[in-house]
Design a protein around this ligand. Sequence first.
Ligand code: HEM
Length: 509
Amino acid sequence: MWQSGYSIFRDLGTDSYFLCSPPGPTLMTCDVQLVKQVLTRAHDFHAPAEVFGPHNIYGPTLAASEGEQWCLYRRITTPFSNLKMYRKSHGNDDARVTHVKEQLMSKLNLRIIAEIFYDRELPYDADNAMRDVAPVGHSLTFSEAINAVLSNLATVFSIPKWVLGKSPFESHNRAYQGFVEWQQYMLQMRDAVQSRLQSAKKKDEPYFLESLVISSDAASSRDGIRPLTEAEVLGNMFFYVMAGFDTTSSTLSFIFLLLSLHPSAQCQLQQELDRVLGSKAPSACDADKDVYELLNGYLGAVISETLRLYHPVAWYARKTVRNTTVTTASGVTCRIPKETIIMIDVAAIGRHPDYWSPSTSPGDDNSIKQSPARDFNPARWLDPTDKPAAFPFSAGHRMCPGNRFAEVGMCAILARVFSQFSLRLEADPVDVLEAEGPAGRGTAWLEERSREHAMRALYEGMGFGHGIYPKVHVPFRVVPRGKAGWFSLSLVPLKSLLGLSHFVRTSNL
Ligand code: HEM
C-alpha cells in the first residue's frame, strides 16, 4: 500500500473502493471525510480483532480487544505520564558509519522505552556503544530478543511453540529463542517491580509497569475491577514495546535521512533551535515551554511532514458492527454492510493530490520522480491557511495513546542532535574516485549523485515488516555544526547519540 501511494485510487478514479474476497468485503479508502466518520463513530466501527490477533503471542493485548476488555486495558496502561527525568554525559571520540534504523534508532528508542516504561536501564558501554552483551542467564541481549520476536511475529504466531523449538530450520530456532528470551526479560522486569512494590509504600502515581503489576494483584485492585491475569500483563507489556519501539525508531530514521537529503530544511530546523533554546544546556531546557514551542514550530512540522510521507504504520483498520452509511468527501451517501473491514490507507492520504501540493524539485528518472522524499517540505505545515488532512496517530477513542510520548521523545532527540550537529549525505567511494579522478567530475556532480542515490533508496529501498522502514543503506555523516564542509568532514561519534535518551525531561506531559 505504501509503495503504490495514491496511484491505485487515481487509476480507478475514486477515493474508496470495495475488494470482494473470500474472507468478506473490504473497503479501501483514502477519503478523509469518510475516515473521520469511521474513526469517531465507535458504535458502528470496531477495531477488527482478527487483524490484530497476531499481536497476542504472549497473551491478550489492548490492540486486539474491544468493549469492556479494551476499556480495562486502556484505563490501566494509558496514564503513563509519570515519566522520569534522567540525563547523563558521555565521551565522544569514536568514528564510524552505521545503519541508522537497525543499529542506531532502534537501540536509542529501546533505551528510552525500557527506562521509562519498565524502569530498566540498559547497559551502556561508553567505549563501544554499538556492542551489546547479553546479561548472565541470557543468550540474547534485550535488544536482540525483542528484535528476534518482532521480525518473526508471523512465524511465532502461526507455528506452535513446540514445533518451532524442535524445527530443523535456523529461522524457526531464532524465532523461538527470541520468543523465550523476551518472555524471560518481561518476567524478570515484572518480578523486580512486584518485589519493589511489596517493600515500598503505595505510590500515588504508578508508572506503566507498576500500573500493570498493581492491576494484576487481587488485593490491591479496586472495587468492581477484576485483576489482570499473568497473560494479560505480559501481552500488554509486549504490545507497548512493539507499538512504541518500531514506530518511533522508523520515524526518526526517516527524519534523519530526509534532513540529510534536504540541507535547507536542516538549516531551518537549526535556526529554530537556536531561537528557542539559545545557548541553554540540554539539562536546562524547560520541558513545558520549550518542548511546546518546538512541537508547534518547525521541528513539529518536520515530524508531521515525515509522518505524511513515511508513516511507519502505512494503514490501520476498522470493521463495521452493523449495516451503516457514511458520507464521502464528494457528498455521496454510501451503505457499508455489516462485517466489512475498512482499510484506512494512510500512505495514500499523505500523497493525495487534492490535499498536498507536489514538489517542484527536478527528478531525472522515473523512480526518483516516484520517491516521496522529493516532496519533503515541512514549511507546508506552518501555513495557517492550509489545513492539511492527516491522522498520523489516528483519531477517536482508539487514537494512539503514545502520541505525546512519541512526539516529546522525538523532539528531545532532534533538539539534542541538531542543536550541536549537522548531517550530510555520504558519497559512494566509487563516485568519489570518479569525481576526483581523471574525468574530474567535481563536487557538484558528487553531491547530486549522493542525492539521487538517497532519493531512490527512499522509494525502492523500503523494507516492510509491521510497517515501513528504510532497508537500503543510505550513509550519512554526523559533523559538529559550523565545521561542515560538504564531503570533507570528520566523522563524529554515533555512540554519543546513544546517550541522547538521557535528554528526555518530560515530567509533565
Ligand atoms: C511515531 C510514532 C507512532 C505512531 C505514528 C503511532 C501511530 C499509531 C496508530 C496509527 C495507531 C492505530 C490507532 C487505530 O487503530 O485507530 C496506534 C495505536 C497504538 N499505539 Fe501508537 N504510534 C506511535 C508511537 C506509539 C508509542 C510511543 C506508544 C507507546 C509507548 C504507542 C502505543 C500505541 C498503542 C498501545 C496503540 C493501540 C491503541 C488501542 O488499540 O486502543 N504508539 N498508534
